[in-house]
Every structure is written in structure tokens, then in C-alpha cells.
Design a protein around this ligand. Structure first.
Ligand code: ACO
Length: 218
């Protein structure tokens, strides 16, 4: 079994651990998190250190997955790892109850949690997260570092730009395009295109305000 480390040791990491364990393709060697004391444990996995551990132990692992819920923060860590350890693969975690349809593509480093669906010929870019029960339907394109929170769903042919977060329970009708770095608020119904760098919510969802790259939304 391939040996991986999980970067992150918070609540999101616990959900990623669940998907990795049930997928049963990788052995989790341990966790890395600069914000937690080395030696503490999450579900029996030791927090071994931070990125310095990774650089000193590259020979002993086969892959890594970044388990940080915030899309922008996940991207910063993924890019740091990509530069420091260019050959180290980012692996995907796909819970056995998730569904990946014919022709669908899951980008490296992405996670599909319990009951998530990636529809026919749909695409989830690198380091995306489909939370439990979320769905990206046929022919849709979700970019890099995109997340769909629990029960967030799209119709077919939807486009979601890089770093955009679709919050819990939001619905996006078929054919809509959402830009980059946008946040679609909890419970929204999106029926028209939403520009990049915009927080939008409501039913129907309307742009409420602009947002900066990396602004917190969780
Ligand atoms: C496993 C997991 O936990 S995954 C993560 C799950 N959590 C989520 O997905 C939630 C993500 N967050 C959201 O969706 C939030 O609604 C955001 C980020 C879009 C908006 O948050 P903020 O900008 O902080 O809005 P704030 O809380 O200040 O509210 C401002 C106003 O907008 C309203 N509002 C905020 N969000 C929404 C929404 N989704 N729908 C309708 N109205 C909303 C508030 O009621 C408030 O109205 P008021 O001024 O009349 O009182």
C-alpha cells in the first residue's frame, strides 16, 4: 500500500482521513500541521511536524494530500509543497460511496467525501473538495481549489472558477457560469451568472458585495 501524509490536522483533516481510510488504497503515515504540537494525535495518527518534516522524509512517502478546508489557504500550502518537493504526487481521496461517472475527471489532490457525485464528463480541478452529498452534474467544469459544501449541487453544464466556494445547501441551475474567487452563500439558488471576486447569496442569488482573494468565508 502506498504511504501518504496528510497536511492538516483540524476538522477538515478528520473528514479527509475518513475518505482515505475507507478508500483503503493508502496507508496514512501521519499528519503535518505547523499549528499543532508535534506528538499530538488525531484518530491515532501522529502530528509529526510541519513542512520541514516533509522535506527531510521525502524518500519514505509516496504522496501527500492537503486537508485544509479554506480554498485559498489550501492552495498556498499545495503550492509550497509543489515547489519544495516537485516530484511528490498529490493523491486523490474518494470515499467508496462517492460516485464518479463515465468521462468524469478528478484532479490531483482532490477529495470526494461520502455520497458526493461527479457526473458524466464533469471535471473537478486539482485540490477540489466535494463534501458529503454534494454534486457536480454532467458536463460541468469546476476549477482548481473549488469546494462544494455539504448538499451543494449543480445542474449540468455549470462552470465554477478557480478558488470559488459553494456553501452548504446551495443549488446552481444548469448552464450557469460562476467566476473565480467567488463565494455562493449557504442555501442560495443561483439562476444567473455570478462574476469573479463576488459574494452572492439568496434565492435567487444576487451579488451582495465584492471580496478579496483569500478573504475568509468559513
Ligand atoms: C463541513 C463544513 O462545515 S463545510 C462549510 C459549511 N459552511 C458553509 O458553507 C457556510 C459558508 N458561509 C456562508 O455561506 C455565509 O452566508 C457567507 C460567507 C456567504 C456570508 O457571510 P457574511 O458575509 O459574514 O455575512 P453576515 O453573516 O455578516 O451576514 C450579513 C447579512 O447577510 C445575511 N446573510 C448572510 N449569509 C446569507 C445567506 N447565505 N443567505 C441569505 N442571507 C444571508 C445575514 O442574515 C445578514 O443580514 P442582516 O444584515 O439583515 O442581518
Amino acid at each position: 500500500m502506498k504511504r501518504i501524509v496528510i497536511f492538516g490536522a483540524g476538522g477538515h483533516a478528520k473528514a479527509v482521513i475518513d475518505a482515505v481510510e475507507k478508500q483503503a488504497e493508502y496507508e496514512i503515515v501521519g499528519l503535518l500541521d505547523g499549528g499543532k504540537a508535534a506528538g499530538t494525535h488525531v484518530y491515532g495518527y501522529e502530528v509529526m511536524g510541519d513542512d520541514a518534516w516533509l522535506l527531510h522524509n521525502l524518500d519514505s512517502i509516496d504522496g501527500v494530500i492537503v486537508a485544509i478546508g479554506d480554498n485559498w489557504r489550501r492552495s498556498i500550502v499545495a503550492e509550497m509543497i509543489g515547489k519544495a518537493a516537485p516530484g511528490l504526487p498529490f493523491v486523490t481521496a474518494i470515499h467508496p460511496s462517492a460516485q464518479v461517472a463515465r468521462g468524469a475527471r478528478v484532479g490531483a489532490g482532490s477529495v470526494l467525501m461520502a455520497g458526493a457525485v461527479l457526473g458524466s464528463d464533469a471535471e473537478l480541478g486539482e485540490h477540489g473538495v466535494l463534501y458529503p452529498g454534494s454534486s457536480v452534474d454532467h458536463d460541468s467544469r469546476a476549477g482548481r481549489f473549488v469546494s462544494l459544501a455539504p448538499r451543494a449541487v449543480t445542474g449540468g453544464g455549470v462552470t465554477i472558477g478557480d478558488y470559488t466556494a459553494v456553501a452548504i445547501g446551495a443549488s446552481i441551475i444548469h448552464g450557469v457560469a460562476i467566476g473565480e474567487h467567488a463565494v455562493i452563500g449557504a442555501g442560495s439558488t443561483v439562476i444567473r451568472d455570478i462574476p469573479s471576486y463576488t459574494v452572492a447569496y439568496g434565492s435567487p442569488a444576487k451579488p451582495i458585495r465584492s471580496r478579496e482573494k483569500g478573504e475568509r468565508y468559513l
